[in-house]
Design a protein around this ligand. Structure first.
Ligand code: MF3
Ligand code: CO
Ligand code: CO
Length: 261
C-alpha cells in the first residue's frame, strides 16, 4: 500500500488536530487521582474534545463504545472506560484520538495514580517513555521504518529484558485513523520502506514486564497481558520532515529525553 505524502495544507490540519489531542492529556491530568473511575475520565475528555469543535475518534470506531481508551496495569491497550476505580499506585494509559476538520491526531500518556507506585512499575513506565523516543530518533527522510522498531526492541527487550508487544503496531494517520504504513515496535534494522518528508504516522510501543503475549477479553476490545503482569504504553504522532521529524503531539509538559530538549 502506498503511503500518503501530506501537502502543506494537510500538514497544518494534522498540526491542529494533534495539538488538540495532546492538550486533552493536560486537561485530564489533574483528574487522574485515586477514587476516580475510568468512565468519569472518559466523560471529561469527551466533553472537552466536543467543546473544542472536534470528534472523539474512538467513539463508535468499529463499534468501540467510548471516547478514549483507558488501560490500567495489566491492560495492554484498548481498555474500555467504565466502572473500574483507580487506586493509588495503579498505572494507567489514557489514549486520546481527535478528529478535527477531517484529520486524526493520536497520542497517549502514562499516569501514575496518586503519584507513586512500585519501583518495578515506575521503571517500566520510564523505560517505555525512553523506548518511544529512541524510536522517534530513528525517523528521518530516507531512513527505514524497520529501524524504529529495532531501536525500541533493542532497548526495551535487549537492554531491559521486557516483552515488546507485537500484536499491535503504530500506523499511518491522516484522513483515516489507521492507514499505511504499519509501524512495528519489534522491527529489524535495514528493513521496511524508506520514510519521506510529508509522511505522518504514530509510534506507540506497548512494553510488558513479562512476556509480550496478549489475550483479548470477552468484550472484544480489552487487550491484557497473557501472564497478567503489568504493561505500559506511550504514543506520539510524528511528521517526517526534510531535516528529520516533528512530534506533532508534543506539548510543553510532556516528558522528553534530555537529548531531545
Ligand atoms: N488510539 C488507538 C491507537 O493508538 C486506537 C484505539 S481504537 C479504539 O491506535 F477503537 F479502541 F478506540
Ligand atoms: Co495509534
Ligand atoms: Co492511540
Amino acid at each position: 500500500m502506498a503511503v500518503e505524502i501530506k501537502s502543506k495544507t494537510e500538514i497544518e490540519k494534522m498540526r491542529a488536530t494533534c495539538r488538540l489531542a495532546a492538550s486533552v492529556l493536560d486537561h485530564i491530568a489533574p483528574f487522574v487521582v485515586p477514587g476516580v473511575t475510568t468512565g468519569e475520565l472518559d466523560r471529561i475528555c469527551h466533553e472537552y474534545i466536543v467543546r473544542h469543535g472536534a470528534y472523539p475518534s474512538p467513539l463508535n470506531y468499529k463499534g468501540f463504545p467510548r471516547s478514549i481508551c483507558t488501560s490500567v496495569n495489566e491492560v495492554v491497550c484498548h481498555g474500555i472506560p467504565g466502572d473500574r476505580t483507580l487506586k493509588a499506585g495503579d498505572i494507567v494509559n489514557l489514549d486520546i484520538t481527535t478528529t478535527l476538520d477531517g484529520y486524526f491526531g493520536d497520542c497517549s500518556e502514562m499516569f501514575v495514580v496518586g503519584g507513586e507506585t512500585t519501583p518495578e512499575a515506575k521503571k517500566l513506565v520510564d523505560v517505555t517513555r525512553e523506548a518511544l523516543w529512541l524510536g522517534i530518533a530513528e525517523v528521518g527522510p530516507n531512513k527505514r521504518i524497520g529501524d524504529i522498531g529495532a531501536a525500541i526492541f533493542e532497548f526495551a527487550n535487549g537492554r531491559h529484558g521486557y516483552g515488546v508487544v507485537e500484536a499491535f503496531c503504530g500506523h499511518g494517520i491522516g484522513r483515516e485513523f489507521h492507514m499505511a504504513p504499519q509501524v512495528s515496535h519489534v522491527g529489524k534494522r535495514g528493513n521496511g520502506m524508506r520514510m519521506k518528508p510529508g509522511m505522518t504516522f504514530t509510534i506507540e510501543p506497548m512494553i510488558n514486564l513479562g512476556t509480550p503475549h496478549c489475550d483479548i477479553l470477552a468484550d472484544g476490545w480489552t487487550a491484557v497481558t497473557k501472564d497478567r503482569k503489568w504493561s505500559a504504553q506511550v504514543e506520539h504522532t510524528i511528521l517526517v520532515t526534510e531535516g528529520g521529524y516533528e512530534v506533532l503531539t508534543m506539548r510543553e509538559s510532556a516528558w522528553r529525553p534530555k537529548w531531545a530538549a
